[in-house]
Design a protein around this ligand. Structure first.
Ligand code: MTE
Length: 321
């Protein structure tokens, strides 16, 4: 039998059957809830976050997709989230992110660029063909998922923006809107959520400007309408619901690094040899996997070392964590 090449497999084939079964059950549930709505139930109670708004995204296969991975069920990807704008518990974003208004939406490009400009989300969606990329996603809290994202390399947008040679870093700024987000004080975060990358990291083809998952628009709780995904770094580097991309000369402020610099470094490359001060990073719990496959060893650079290790040549990754 001829083996498929990386990135050759259509999503319908890589999706495990139970995911579709789950989704069908989910949609049936949604239909029942719709009927309840007609009977006069409140909108807040009946809307399953992100599902009503989901639209199909046409995607093309990608040479950057990671072969041989089984995607995490859609339900887990959309109900076990970190999106502190909507609460600090894992189920909060699924319960609360229906508040997020994703249209109109624009992304402002600022700082060290030839000309500052603003992109409407619908222009960004059409800027390049939408690729389907299955990536490992490793959270600093030692759990992981496999997510079939849809997007294109961030470098495509950066090239459009024509950064000046003085642009050494890129900062991503998420929406902070108290009218549509909860912005809880007990998160400890000073809003807006901010993240950043060195320019060469931002330009690396694996760094994905992300608009969807499982062939649909991003559900709100996963960072709609546009987020970044940096698969070789801990998940918190992948900022959600981005409204600004700022090109800067110096290493920018980033949310978790500012709050707890001894716990969360600016680089935050996945590294099983450098433990978090409060827990080991040697293994990870694979969300949604069968019990006997849930504990897996964590891979250096989350398994993307062949592609990205050269970015860190000569750096001490135990110190520059
Ligand atoms: N982006 C914003 N704006 N706010 C957040 O709280 N959490 C981060 C990251 N991006 C976060 C964010 C963390 S800690 C993780 S692990 C990932 O989003 C989670 O992404 P997911 O919920 O889609 O799996």
């Amino acid at each position: 039998m001829e083996m498929p090449k990386p990135g050759d497999i259509p999503l319908s084939e890589v999706t495990p059957k139970d995911v579709y079964m789950n989704r069908r059950r989910f949609m049936a549930g949604a239909a029942a809830l719709g009927a309840a709505a007609l009977a006069g139930e409140g909108r807040r109670l009946i809307r399953p976050a992100g599902v009503e708004a989901a639209e199909n995204l046409a995607t093309v296969p990608s040479k950057y997709s990671t072969p041989g991975l089984t995607p995490t069920p859609f339900y887990d990807i959309t109900h076990y989230n970190n999106f502190y704008e909507f609460g600090v518990q894992k189920g909060d974003p699924a319960a609360n992110a229906w508040r997020l208004k994703t249209r109109p939406w624009s992304v402002k490009i600022e700082g060290e660029v030839k000309q500052e400009q603003t992109f409407d989300i619908d222009t960004l969606l059409k800027l390049r063909p939408m690729e389907q990329r299955v990536y490992r996603f490793r959270c600093v809290e030692a759990w992981s998922m496999v997510i079939p994202w849809a997007g294109y390399s961030l470098s495509e947008l950066i090239n459009e923006c024509q950064p000046k040679p003085t642009a050494k870093f890129v900062q991503f700024i998420s929406l902070a809107d108290s009218k549509t987000e909860l912005l809880p004080w007990n998160s400890g975060i000073s809003w807006p959520y901010r993240e950043g990358l060195r320019m060469d990291e931002a330009m690396h083809p694996l760094t994905l400007l992300t608009f969807g998952l499982y062939g649909q628009d991003l559900p709100n709780q996963d960072g709609a309408p546009v987020r970044v995904v940096v698969p070789w770094k801990y998940g918190f580097k992948s900022a959600k619901s981005i409204v600004k991309i700022r090109f800067v000369k110096n290493q920018p402020e980033t949310t978790w690094n500012d709050m707890a610099p001894t716990e969360y470094g600016f680089y935050s490359n996945v590294n099983p040899n450098r433990d978090h001060p409060r827990w080991s990073q040697k293994t990870e719990r694979v969300i949604g996997a069968p019990l006997w496959k849930q504990r897996q060893p964590t891979l250096m650079f989350n398994g993307y070392g062949d592609q990205v290790a050269s970015l860190y040549k000569g750096m001490n990754l135990m110190r520059d964590y």
